[in-house]
Design a protein around this ligand. Sequence first.
Ligand SMILES: Cc1cc2nc3c(=O)[nH]c(=O)nc-3n(C[C@H](O)[C@H](O)[C@H](O)COP(=O)(O)O)c2cc1C
Ligand code: SF4
Ligand code: SF4
Length: 259
Amino acid sequence: MLFYFSGCGNTRWAAQQMADVQNERLIFIPEVIDGDRTFTLQHDEKIGFLFPVYSWAQPKIITDFIRRLKLENYQGQYLFMVCTCGDDAGLTRQVFTSSIARRGWHVDSAFSIQMPNTYVCLPGFDIDTPVLKADKLQKSIDRMQYINEQVLQRANGKFDVIQGSWPWTKTRIIQPLFQRFFIDDKPFHTNEKCIGCEICERSCPVGNIRLTDGRPVWLHHCTMCLGCYHHCPTHAIEFGQQTAKKGQYVYPEKQDHER
Ligand SMILES: Cc1cc2nc3c(=O)[nH]c(=O)nc-3n(C[C@H](O)[C@H](O)[C@H](O)COP(=O)(O)O)c2cc1C
Ligand code: SF4
Ligand code: SF4
């Protein structure tokens, strides 16, 4: 059973790759988080959580989901985490392990995959150059294959997550500040390029956008995945004054090697 979240498609790709190889059920967390969240496990079923890294930790929707998830017939089945990140994950694995331990469950392995960056809302942050993007996408294929092999073998105690520099400071100091002050949809607005196509509304994984008079309105339960910003076909969505000149990225439907 694979639970995943994704705003711009990187983690969706990873989750789909994994579901194909592991032959496991694939569950998009926003589709089940408001239901009764009870899942009955087979005795040999693997339990995977896949998500993007947000400010060197798991997204809040993952924390909330784990807190409310009910796993019936849990008997220590193989449980693992895969996070996708633009650069590094800090102590994401430790944050995840704590969430899981609070439920009395055990993490057997954890992995990260570097993929194209989606964060653009602060000065100094932008999408990757075309060369870097292509390089990350190419390398992610081998990395995904490696992770799939590890999970097929039920590798135990394998914690292969890129922490980067200053992981404690990033996860324990910067992340709470980010969560408090920068997970906020009020700075989102549209410019004159909006054509009322509704793609932003449809691409929001948590139903946080409603089109009103042909323009998106943000409803203040945003996860900050930036799916709306990146999917807009005319680059009409801006975040404060920061993003007018920034780029857009969504996971390409097909990679070159797959064509
Ligand atoms: C709000 C936000 C915060 C992010 N923080 C980090 C980070 O701390 N470290 C990192 O390497 N990438 C960070 N990223 C980049 C994403 O983790 C990365 O691009 C991920 O693959 C996006 O996955 P998705 O396409 O499934 O949404 C951040 C992206 C967003 C939107
Ligand atoms: S996706 Fe862009 S162009 Fe389409 S309605 Fe939303 S903001 Fe307007
Ligand atoms: S409003 Fe935009 S940034 Fe917020 S959750 Fe929806 S798609 Fe993601």
